[in-house]
Design a protein around this ligand. Structure first.
Ligand code: XMP
Length: 512
């Protein structure tokens, strides 16, 4: 385990993961625990400092998230951000004033003390505020170290105990000198050393998987996406032949996907791989279903059924390795307030409980780009490391309305053209997702002298950091033109192509 670690306690802010990531960017390992993590777990983790994240609550709410008060007795530095500041104030005997109105957006900071956390930070530097309640009375031992026009107490510190608190968010890019403030906390206050890097993460993860699994057998659901691929290779590095990967061909995959998976994992990495031909099973269950949530549920359940059957054939399986990333965790099984479940994702579903398997999730703390870096370090081909995310329910949620083999084939061919052209234009890596969506609505067209009456294909391309919000991409018109021409000419059954220009929110990335 690393010695230089920071623990982030999560109070439900949308920025929590960003804090952990900013810390890792400074080459200090960090992990996120839920706000109510028991003190013995925290002690076991042995962090050199703790950061309390922001969050949507008010300490005056009866349900307000309150951490174990033992965190203030560990003798290590604590940094409270926004709600973290308020909860710190509340628990250490200060007073928090209920908000009359929210303060949101930019503010200029006036630094009253540049000794440690604000070392090198100039007056007038812009910070990003997003809070309701504010500090009315500082807890004993705390001094004011910065203020703004609207916030008399924008930052405070109790140097003797190494407790610091900020009313603004140093982790967001809108806070001009946020990185320096965090660096000051990490290096001047916590005295961390910048030693963390991807290769040490891999070494640590391999050791951790070895320790955790002992002599037990591990299975992994391989989808061919970057997350499960990295998990497979990482676990394989740790346990070798005790790992078996299961790849379910549900008939909802993109063109060439199955072949690529076999080539990479079986042929190159020599990983035990079971390829399950389950197209028929999935498509027959999906027959006549048009409701998106129903489709998702059917695919999720069927996936579990197929996977379970295959897994039971392998002897003495004890562990399931999954490529869950932190954003998946919050979108799907949020214990926090703000993120309601919009769509039921099936990749972090009920498998382990059903099969009584112990879960291994080595990527739980990582962001997508960190996973890609890990993949590269592990020797995975670029094509996999840079693969755009693809949803568990596959083409089913891009083939609107009823799923039939013919419609899937039309969509698959069109989708392959979109990807080919985006790659040829050198844009593939810079786009979060780009794909085709089949709209099962027929319109009239003319091909040669013939009247056609065929489907419409929508093209979707979005940019995003984590899939939670997204902007549509302004693809060059000539590229859109090429894609449209090729789809209409080459894909039988389509006579019209449209471009989706909606962002998330209020739309979502996938159409269903
Ligand atoms: P939405 O459509 O909710 O998608 O804006 C956000 C991101 O999640 C992906 N997605 C899924 N991924 N299983 C997955 O593994 C799913 O059931 C699922 N549904 C959506 C989507 O492709 C986008 O990146």
């Amino acid at each position: 385990m690393y010695e230089e670690k920071i623990l982030v306690l999560d109070f439900g802010s949308q920025y929590t993961q960003l804090i952990a990531r900013r810390v890792r960017e400074q080459r200090v390992y960090s992990e996120i625990f839920p706000f109510n993590a028991p003190i013995n777990k925290i002690r076991e983790f042995r962090p050199k400092g703790i950061i309390l994240s922001g969050g949507p609550s008010s300490v005056h709410d009866p349900e307000a998230p309150i951490p174990d008060k033992g965190i203030f007795d560990l003798g290590i530095p604590v940094l409270g951000i926004c709600y973290g500041m308020q909860v710190m104030t509340f628990m250490l005997g200060g007073a928090v004033q209920r908000a009359v109105r929210r303060e949101y957006g930019r503010a200029e900071i006036i630094v009253d003390d540049t000794e440690d956390i604000f070392k090198g930070i100039n007056n007038g530097s812009v910070v990003w505020m997003s809070h309701a309640d504010r500090i009315e009375r500082r807890p004993e031992g705390f001094n004011l170290i910065a203020h703004t026009v609207n916030s008399p107490c924008a930052a405070m510190a109790d140097r003797s105990r190494h407790f610091y608190a900020l009313q603004f968010h140093p982790e967001v890019v809108h806070t001009e000198r946020g990185t320096e403030i965090l660096k000051n906390f990490l290096f001047n206050v916590c005295r961390c050393k910048p030693v963390w890097e991807m290769s040490s993460f891999i070494e640590w993860a391999v050791r951790d998987i070895k320790d955790k699994t002992g002599k037990g057998n591990v299975i992994c659901a391989l989808s061919g996406g970057v997350d499960s691929s990295v998990v497979a290779v990482l676990v394989h590095k740790a346990v070798g032949d005790r790992l078996t990967c299961i790849f379910v061909d549900n008939g909802l995959l993109r063109k060439g996907e199955r072949e690529k998976v076999i080539e990479t994992f079986e042929k190159n990495f020599r990983i035990n791989l079971i390829v399950v031909d389950a197209e028929e099973r999935f498509l027959s269950k999906l027959k006549g279903i048009t409701n998106p949530e129903e489709k998702r549920k059917i695919i999720g359940n069927e996936f579990i059924a197929v996977f379970e059957e295959e897994a039971y054939r392998i002897s003495d399986v004890e562990y399931l390795a999954q490529g869950t990333l932190y954003p998946d965790v919050i979108e799907s099984v949020s214990f926090k307030g703000p993120s309601a479940t919009i769509k039921s994702h099936h990749n972090v579903g009920g498998l382990p409980e059903i099969m009584k398997l112990k879960l291994i999730e080595p990527l739980r703390e990582l962001f997508k780009d960190e996973v890609r870096e890990a993949g590269k370090e592990l020797g995975l081909p670029d094509e996999i490391c840079w693969r755009q995310p693809f949803p568990g329910p596959g083409l089913a949620i891009r083939c609107l309305g009823e799923i039939t083999e013919r419609r899937l084939n039309i969509l698959r061919e069109a989708d392959a053209i979109v990807l080919e052209e985006i790659k040829a234009a050198g844009l593939y890596r810079n786009i979060w997702q780009s794909f085709a969506v089949l709209i099962p609505l027929k319109t009239v067209g003319v091909m040669g002298d013939e009247r056609t009456y065929d489907y419409t294909m929508a093209i979707r391309a979005v940019n995003s950091v984590d899939g939670m919000t997204a902007d549509w991409v302004k693809l060059p018109h000539d590229l859109l033109g090429r894609i449209s021409n090729r789809i209409i000419n080459e894909v039988d059954g389509v006579n019209r192509v449209v471009y989706d220009i909606s962002s998330k929110p209020p739309s979502t990335i996938e159409w269903e």
